[in-house]
Design a protein around this ligand. Sequence first.
Ligand code: 3PG
Length: 246
Amino acid sequence: MRETNATNVTNAVNAVNVTNAMNVTLEQIQAVGVMPVIAISDTEKAVPLARALAAGGIHCAEVTFRTEEGEEAIRRIAAECPDILVGAGTVLTVEQADRAARAGAKFAVSPGTNPKVVRRCAEIGLLIIPGCATPSDMEQAMAFGLDTVKFFPAEQAGGLAYIKAVAAPYPKLRFVPTGGINAGNLGRYMAFPKVVACGGSWMVKKDLIEAGDFGEITRLCREAARIVKEARQPCPSPTGDGRFLE
Ligand code: 3PG
């Protein structure tokens, strides 16, 4: 019995150490406000793609492990695009977390909250933004000491209304909604202060990357950056003289 209790206590002490560097990375993600979710199958396109994002004002990229080439794409962007905050997406295993960090990823994103991956990222000092779709997922992430989670799949799981509902019991939790977000609904998410950034693939669609249509990618990024900026601005003063109504 005693042994069982000791084991339980050991299992309960699993909070991870969120470092200043991780918080700085989160602030950088928040400053950009948009996290393009990229699946790339041609590593030669990685750097031009990252430059296209930056030209549109989006200095952040989540390159997923959904393709074999993702790791090398991260490596190239990290080495050649210092103005881009590059992270790894779809990090499902401890081994992928290690590979992401070695390639130069500054953060990791996962569709769910896998305790092994969260712990490993903490051990190697890699910011992890784990996916959460339910209050139980969110409590698990919070038990690790994390305060920012990916809300996934955002639109399908309940959208902004769901985030607002869970923000009530979890006032310290912040969100990176991802899934079904585009230029049409981005502004609504970004206007909610608990939303750190929105993830999505709408500006980096597979066909655009494969066609090398970096001009269109830049245009879509510019549009997204403008929407983020407008959504974050305070509402115009109804009194017209800089004062807000009481
Ligand atoms: C993700 O993995 O984060 C999502 O597939 C991105 O969702 P979207 O393609 O609907 O933007």
